[in-house]
Design a protein around this ligand. Structure first.
Ligand SMILES: C[S@@+](CC[C@H](N)C(=O)[O-])C[C@H]1O[C@@H](n2cnc3c(N)ncnc32)[C@H](O)[C@@H]1O
Length: 189
């Protein structure tokens, strides 16, 4: 009986491992969680009160999304994650947090038009695409906090270096009115 149970547990762990590897290859990044230092710095760089939707893009296991929802009780935190195994853990951790919505979907499908903030820890390819997307879609005044990877072509209003081996940078950006698309088809900045 205990052998059967042991084999079943081994099977589930093996399948979960395979799913993580497969989705790392297809999504383009592993679900590596932010370090405690990076998480704390990201939370500290956000305004203390935010009310519109706050998106975490690629929320992994909920390392940032869960404390983010606790810290911003008046905001709705929307945590996007495509990879099924970390998403399952994120979903479990979100239960009981009424202001944390979890979505198992590609965050490029998000509606950023009412967002008050965006938080992410991703990779170069996604950041390049996001740089263009967020420039046109975010409302004026929205804040973007990223770590390790910067938004290409954006000027951070603040860069903080973590006290870790890599002096990891954490960036804060703010959308100004001038970065919105021009009303009558003019060139964007
Ligand atoms: C480096 S992990 C960061 C996890 C978490 N944000 C943290 O800081 O602990 C990046 C996550 O983004 C997810 N991801 C990457 N591209 C995505 C996309 N287009 N839509 C949804 N999730 C995505 C990956 O599956 C991965 O779990």
């Amino acid at each position: 009986m205990s052998t059967v149970l042991g084999l079943a547990v081994l099977g589930v762990v093996g399948l979960a491992g395979l799913a993580i590897v497969w989705q790392t290859l297809t999504v383009g990044i592993s679900p590596l969680p932010s370090s405690a230092r990076a998480r704390d710095a990201m939370l500290a760089l956000l305004p203390p009160t935010l009310e519109g939707p706050v998106h975490e893009l690629g929320a992994g296991w909920g390392t940032v999304a869960v404390p983010l929802a606790r810290r911003l009780p008046n905001a709705t935190v929307i945590a996007w994650e495509r990879s099924v195994v970390p998403f399952a853990v994120l979903w479990l951790r979100a239960r009981g947090l009424r202001n944390l919505e979890v979505r198992r979907a590609d965050f490029f499908g998000a509606d950023f038009s009412r967002a008050s903030a965006v938080v992410c820890y991703l990779f170069t390819g996604a950041m390049e695409r996001l740089s263009r997307r967020l420039r046109t879609d975010l409302p004026p005044g929205a804040v973007v906090v990223t770590h390790t990877f910067a938004l290409r072509g954006w000027q951070p209003e603040l860069t903080q270096r973590l006290d870790d081996l890599y002096r990891t940078p954490v960036y804060r950006y703010r959308v100004e009115a001038s970065s919105q698309p021009l009303a009558s088809g003019g060139d964007q900045k």
